[in-house]
Design a protein. Structure first.
Length: 197
């Protein structure tokens, strides 16, 4: 287990909600904004990168036939699975994977929604390049990609949020759907291909 995995394991072993995702107004408001920015009422199969203990996963499960939720912390993934089971979210598959070098199975045709929230700024330049390539190979035409990241400084940040979102926007075939920028965080959504009407 490397230092990054140990760090996140320690956080989730100390608390099932280390960032107060359930209780902090900032986190609750940001989650509602992200969900409100999804362009479709229903999706077939979403990939959630950085699921944590599953609070966003449960909300996505209400809009998606299937959700593949991924986190590098096995403890976080266990908590996500427990939440999904407790809420009878039968379409949720939670996996402990170290993105981008490990990647979940891509459904036939690709995912039609990908949510990246508060995780991609931990990737160094080489890992970010691999992550971007994996995203591009995993989305079906017409899929939505939505990203939301804190903009402030913190000790283990490896990518500035604005640079990261610019890299996502530059993926081949991406068309901007919306942008919501605040001093504390940035939320952007794109579609793979032309935007529908």
């Amino acid at each position: 287990m490397d230092a990054v995995v140990r760090h996140f394991e320690a956080l989730y072993r100390a608390s099932d909600d280390p960032w107060q995702v359930r209780s902090a107004w900032y986190e609750r408001r940001k989650r509602e904004l992200l969900l409100a920015c999804l362009g479709q009422a229903r999706y077939d199969h979403a990939l959630e990168a950085g699921c944590g203990s599953g609070d966003m996963t449960l909300r996505l499960a209400g809009r998606c036939r299937q959700v593949t939720a991924v986190d590098l912390s096995k403890t976080a993934v266990s908590l996500c699975r427990e939440q999904a089971q407790a809420h009878q979210a039968l379409g949720v598959q939670a996996l402990a994977l170290r993105l981008p070098d490990e990647w979940p199975a891509v459904p036939p045709g690709g995912f039609d929604l990908m949510v990246i929230s508060e995780m991609a700024y931990y990737l160094d330049d080489a890992a970010l390049a691999r992550f971007l390539a994996r995203i591009g190979a995993s989305l079906r035409p017409g899929a939505e990609l939505i990203a939301c990241h804190w903009r402030g400084p913190f000790s283990d940040r490896l990518q500035p949020t604005d640079t990261l979102h610019a890299a996502l926007a530059a993926l081949p075939g991406m068309t901007a759907l919306l942008a919501h920028h605040e001093p504390r965080f940035r939320l952007d959504a794109w579609t793979l291909g032309p935007a529908n009407g």
